[in-house]
Write a protein that binds this ligand. Structure first.
Ligand SMILES: C[S@@+](CC[C@H](N)C(=O)[O-])C[C@H]1O[C@@H](n2cnc3c(N)ncnc32)[C@H](O)[C@@H]1O
Length: 250
């Protein structure tokens, strides 16, 4: 098969951000893609209504459960996308939030590039934006926070290897994805490097979802409460701007 025929026979993959869950937080472009999908490979069921947008004859392939158990290995997901696209299918790879924020989109894009499969990334509302909107604070603020940094609460290779002195400096909003269970460790590291224990902080579980829960208070109080794991995913936010949340308790 020459290159041109190969292109004609090859399908296309859309790496789609599903946002935090509710159907009405999908972008119109994401919805349009889902409505035309022939194969859907989905990470987690953020909302059953989102899955229902695909045609009834679309092949649905679960790639992982919300709890994080029984995940399809990344190499199998890559292979699955490539093989279906090589059969000429329109494939949607659906991910929570935004595919490019702790979503392994880079690995999937690399696999698609390697296999010369055309693809498009459709951004979604990431958990940081959802949590800020849910709790009623801004991630940046002209007086309180000049920058916002997204961090993983657990390292792929063990301990969190961050520039803690830089992260402890004031006037920034630190957003820890997958950080709920490391709250104490993260708080201790920041305080050890000079952050005030009274810095405002929030834990937002299930942001924008039915079971949404917001806790916003001083970092030391949040560490003492240490609510830990819930069935809904949670985001840890630490920074002065959090004090503007109507849910913030002193
Ligand atoms: C593997 S990361 C995926 C992030 C996703 N790509 C995004 O852009 O939001 C999963 C983490 O995102 C956060 N998260 C996802 N959805 C959330 C929600 N609705 N509310 C709070 N945190 C959420 C949690 O910290 C969870 O452990």
């Amino acid at each position: 098969m020459n290159a041109q025929n190969k292109t004609l026979a090859t399908g296309r993959v859309h790496l789609v951000g599903a946002g935090p869950g509710p159907l009405d937080l999908l972008t119109l472009r994401a919805l349009h893609c889902l409505q035309q999908a022939e194969v859907l490979i989905y990470d987690r069921l953020v909302d059953a209504a989102v899955l229902e947008t695909v045609p009834s004859d679309c092949l649905r392939i679960p790639a992982g459960k919300a709890s994080g158990h029984h995940l399809m290995p990344q190499a199998d997901i890559n292979r699955c996308m490539v093989e279906h696209a090589q059969q000429g299918k329109r494939v949607v790879r659906l991910k929570g939030g935004d595919p490019n924020v702790f979503g392994r989109a880079a690995e999937e894009m690399a696999a698609l590039l390697d296999a010369q499969i055309p693809f498009e990334v459709i951004p979604g509302v990431t958990a940081a934006s959802s949590a800020a909107a849910a709790a009623g604070f801004s991630l940046t603020h002209r007086e309180l926070s000049h920058s916002c940094v997204f961090l993983a609460g657990h390292g792929a290779n063990g301990p969190l290897d961050y520039d803690w002195p830089a992260l402890a400096k004031p006037q920034q909003t630190r957003v820890f994805y997958m950080g709920v269970e490391r709250l104490r460790l993260i708080g201790e590291k920041l305080i050890q490097h000079g952050l005030s224990p009274s810095t405002p902080a929030a834990l937002v579980y299930g942001a924008q979802c039915e079971q949404q829960e917001v806790m916003a208070c001083r970092l030391e109080d949040l560490m003492a409460a240490n609510p830990g794991y819930r069935s809904s995913p949670g985001l840890l936010v630490i920074g002065e701007a959090v004090q503007l949340s109507p849910r913030f308790s002193h």
